[in-house]
Design a protein around this ligand. Structure first.
Ligand code: FAD
Length: 391
């Protein structure tokens, strides 16, 4: 099955499949690949050991490929260890009355970025301001791939996501807001399956890794909707990144290695303002069309609660590495939702949203994973099956 047979515009989005493939291959994937290799984007802070709030733990998976390799204290950048609020005292700015947290009035400062904030993400269940039991993980040492996590434990999570928290609405249902959560989760699920298929343990005895085309076909390609949802999720997250462009351009990517940090800034700028992207797909997803109906406040709250539940389910994932990538990608999606659904009347972020360093790390790594999946799908199909399965 050829993915290019999906013609036309990606549903609810503003670009067509062919353009997305081209932009991803020529511009986005190469830049994102470099960006996630920088020191700033390599280290993700995560709480890996929490009890599942919904049912008794099924027990962790014992496969070697399930466990996460954490960073020793001296490995991750010194600047990441700064106490919360470290760089928040911006000289010369005046605290306003009746603002209990001494928040600086934005009108005094034209910049979008005002140092990394320690803020909780309202879309996720984890309290991102609580550093207790957080550990740093080097993502390069823990690639998302096949782990052997399968069976009732994994199935139970996906079932809980789809049946209880983001049901699929029938085609006739005319309410795009309600459909979005299902499409986002299905797109993320497709991306996880593509990564499992692209990095599969073909021979345990010889520790031989390669591609599993049968799995790719059975779990993703056989279902056109799952491929379409992957594109949808990619464009949704891309739009969030582009909407936050000014903020992300001004942000501090400080790891104590000036050369690497300059490279991070430069790559970020290239992604945010690439002329090919601006011309071919300036608004990958148009969030301004949403939330026009009367029921907006209630519906948005309901969707937010559903997403929070999904994020809480990540603590029930019984495989450490899957939990790591699950938590990262859910925080990335939560960050995209926070950016796109916080204030609909603006084209840019303005002063309504502040992001936490870890949220941006999750957002960019998620975009990279989705971009990688979009690249893998056609690539894997052109490799003759017998070579792919035995490589
Ligand atoms: P599953 O992928 O478990 O799918 C379950 C059911 O969901 C399917 O039967 C179908 O009805 C529906 N479904 C499947 N795909 C979609 C879609 N795209 N859209 C809508 N519905 C769909 N395993 C690893 O090896 N490595 C990992 O890194 C990894 N990460 C995971 C992260 C999370 C958060 C979770 C919950 C699981 C993870 N797993 C991982 C397990 C993996 O996703 C599968 O659950 C497992 O491989 C078993 O696959 P399955 O064939 O039973 O189908």
């Amino acid at each position: 099955q050829d993915v290019n047979k999906y013609d036309g515009i990606v549903e609810h989005c503003c670009c067509d499949y062919e353009t997305v493939d081209r932009l991803n291959e020529e511009v986005l994937h190469p830049l994102l690949q470099e960006l996630v290799n920088t020191a700033f984007f390599r280290y993700f802070k995560v709480k890996l050991w929490c009890d599942c709030p919904f049912w008794l733990d099924d027990g962790m998976c014992h496969l070697r490929d399930c466990s996460v390799c954490e960073c020793p204290e001296n490995e991750f950048p010194e600047s990441f260890k700064k106490p919360p609020g470290h760089s928040l005292q911006v000289d010369g700015l005046v605290c306003q009355e009746r603002k209990p947290e001494a928040v600086v009035d934005h009108t005094l400062d034209a910049k979008s970025f005002r140092a990394w904030k320690v803020v909780d993400n309202p879309w996720t269940n984890d309290d991102e301001t609580d550093n207790e039991e957080m550990t740093y993980v080097n993502l390069q040492l823990n690639p998302e791939r096949y782990t052997g996590y399968t069976g009732p434990s994994a199935r139970r999570i996906w079932d809980a996501i789809y049946t209880e928290n983001c049901p699929k609405y029938p085609d006739g249902e005319f309410c795009p807001e309600k459909k979005i959560l299902y499409k986002l989760m299905s797109g993320l699920h497709s991306s996880i399956s593509v990564h499992i298929a692209a990095n599969y343990l073909l021979d345990e005895v010889r520790n031989l890794w390669g591609r599993n085309l049968t799995l790719l076909h059975d779990r993703v390609l056989r279902y056109p909707d799952r491929v379409k949802n992957l594109y949808f999720t990619f464009l949704f997250v891309l739009r969030a990144v582009m909407k936050a462009a000014d903020y992300l351009e001004q942000a501090e990517y400080d790891t104590g290695n000036p050369e690497d940090d300059l490279k991070t800034k430069s790559l970020m700028r290239q992604i945010l303002y690439h002329h090919k992207l601006q011309v071919a797909c300036p608004i990958p997803f148009d969030e301004a069309k949403l939330w026009k109906s009367q029921s907006e406040p209630g519906m948005k709250k309901q969707i937010q609660n559903q997403f929070r539940n999904i994020s809480a389910l990540m603590d029930c994932v019984g495989c450490e590495k899957c939990r790591l990538w699950g938590k990262l990608q859910i925080l990335g999606l939560g960050t995209a939702l926070k950016i796109l659904f916080s204030d609909n009347d603006r084209d840019d972020l303005g002063d309504t949203v502040q992001l936490q360093q870890n949220e941006v790390i999750a957002l960019i790594n998620l975009l990279h994973k989705l971009s990688e999946s979009i690249k893998f799908v056609p690539e894997m199909q052109v490799i003759p099956r017998h070579i792919a399965d035995s490589s």
